[in-house]
Ligand binder design. Structure first.
Ligand code: URA
Length: 249
């Protein structure tokens, strides 16, 4: 499910270059080598005029191209991955991108801890990324938490809902926005935040004398995993998904 955002005609070499397949001269070389096909026919003319509809029928080395400048993916982040595009020592979410996306300057929006799983938005749309990570963005982020210690009670629900203040040794007190707590059976709860301070869930749970054993982000605003989406799998957002994310605040 890839996105094709071009509504106007443009030269084939420009479309390929904009979509991250190389510089204008590199994509001309790809065309010269006969590696690009339109509807199964080799195309060598860099000036060929293409439209959005044709974009979905263009292949490079037999693989459909992704003809869009801005790309948006929802990854189910696996446990044991850094929220980073590359790292010398540890696995990171950048390793999960297919090779043809590696040149597209995609990066994660915000971060999940190494052991946190679930919804992680990846994009090369810097404006959207900036907006979604700004403290002015107040949409909900829902986390499923497995914790150890005594079962949470209404006391903690009221505490979180009142907008608690984190009082951590060596740190200035930090006032949090009201958060919703749904207490679930078996040492699980759902915590719904409208801000994203560093390690916020773990710090809130720690402030109640409990500790987080597992953490899974279920959604960011309306963006959630697809049914059956396994850790490490990602899907390209639909135009509607993107519209909703851009609209939300
Ligand atoms: N809060 C945390 O403590 N960790 C995460 O990964 C996300 C939210």
């Amino acid at each position: 499910m890839w996105l094709f955002c071009y509504n106007t005609r443009m030269r084939l070499d420009k479309l390929l270059a904009n979509s991250g397949y190389g510089t204008r001269s590199e994509v001309k070389e790809l065309l010269r080598q006969g590696r690009v096909c339109l509807r199964g026919e080799t195309v060598r003319d860099p000036g060929l005029s293409v439209t959005e509809e044709m974009g979905s029928e263009i292949t490079l080395d037999g693989q459909p191209i992704i003809a869009s400048e801005f790309l948006y993916f929802c990854l189910n982040k696996p446990d044991g991955y850094l929220t980073a595009m590359s790292d010398d020592r540890l696995p990171c979410v950048g390793d999960l991108l297919p090779p043809n996306l590696k040149t597209k300057k995609i990066s994660p929006v915000g971060r999940l801890d190494y052991h946190t799983t679930g919804v992680l938005l990846l994009t090369n749309d810097g404006d959207l990324s900036h907006r979604l990570t700004s403290p002015k963005w107040h949409r909900e982020k829902a986390y499923l938490v497995t914790y150890s210690g005594d079962e949470l009670t209404d006391k903690e629900r009221v505490l979180f809902e009142s907008g608690m203040t984190l009082m951590e040794k060596g740190h200035a007190p930090e006032k949090l926005k009201p958060a919703r707590l749904e207490i679930l059976p078996d040492h699980q709860c759902r915590l719904i935040l409208t801000e994203g301070k560093t390690h916020q869930v773990k710090r809130m749970i720690a402030a109640t004398g409990r500790s987080v054993e597992a953490l899974h982000r279920e959604r960011i605003g309306t963006l959630a995993l697809k049914e059956g989406q396994m850790p490490g799998e990602m899907y390209a957002l639909s135009e509607e998904d993107i519209r909703l994310l851009k609209e939300e605040n």
